[in-house]
Design a protein around this ligand. Structure first.
Ligand SMILES: Cc1cc2nc3c(=O)[nH]c(=O)nc-3n(C[C@H](O)[C@H](O)[C@H](O)COP(=O)(O)O)c2cc1C
Length: 177
């Protein structure tokens, strides 16, 4: 692996275990949201929103009701669950809808994830929850879409990361010869 790669990129990974004793401070939560806020977006539309629910708060309890069986064991240990929403339509433009809203949201979440890693925190983004139920719970308005959640917390040191495709596999040129 290239030594030129930023350590925060090389070392980031998504654990399936979190320290249930770790608490996410207000200040840390603010820094994570700030990292997302500075992400680039199509036409500077910033088509994202984040709903942060800290562990053991009433809103967190309500969200955990809607986790799928596959995510519940680790997501409910995390210090916070963040619901990631995209703004599908963009007011004050002549766009019918933002074809880039999910793309832009993904960049903002990536920013948050990298910022978290640099603060000694870990994130696992996930889709394994009842999206419609979460939308109803948060009373998500029309034109907004619940896309994913991010479990954020401190990973236990024994947790292991998964494999990764090689650069040769991802740097594909078309048409292929
Ligand atoms: C949009 C998105 C959805 C994901 N959904 C899930 C999920 O439902 N359950 C899960 O365990 N992991 C989920 N993940 C985490 C990925 O599986 C994980 O990022 C991937 O295996 C690469 O591992 P790494 O982040 O440790 O490099 C999701 C990640 C993304 C970006």
């Amino acid at each position: 692996m290239s030594s030129e790669l930023l350590p925060v990129l090389r070392e980031r990974w998504s654990p399936r275990a979190f320290d249930p004793a770790h608490h996410l401070s207000d200040q840390d939560a603010d820094v994570l949201l700030e990292a997302a806020r500075w992400a680039p977006s199509a036409g500077n539309s910033q088509p994202w929103a984040f709903h942060v629910a800290r562990r053991n708060t009433p809103e967190w309890r309500a969200l955990t009701e809607h986790l799928a069986g596959s995510s519940r064991p680790w997501a409910s240990q995390a210090s916070a669950l963040v619901v990631n929403l995209s703004h599908v339509y963009v007011e004050d433009t002549d766009w019918e809808f933002s074809e880039f809203s999910i793309y832009d949201l993904g960049q903002a979440v990536a920013h948050m994830t990298i910022q978290a890693h640099s603060m000694g925190l870990s994130c696992r983004q996930f889709r394994a929850f009842d999206k419609d139920a979460v939308g109803r719970l948060l009373e998500v308005p029309p034109h907004w879409d619940v896309v994913t959640m991010t479990a954020i917390g401190r990973a236990p040191s024994e947790a292991e990361r998964g494999p990764r495709a090689s650069q040769r596999e991802t740097a594909i040129a078309w048409p292929r010869s």
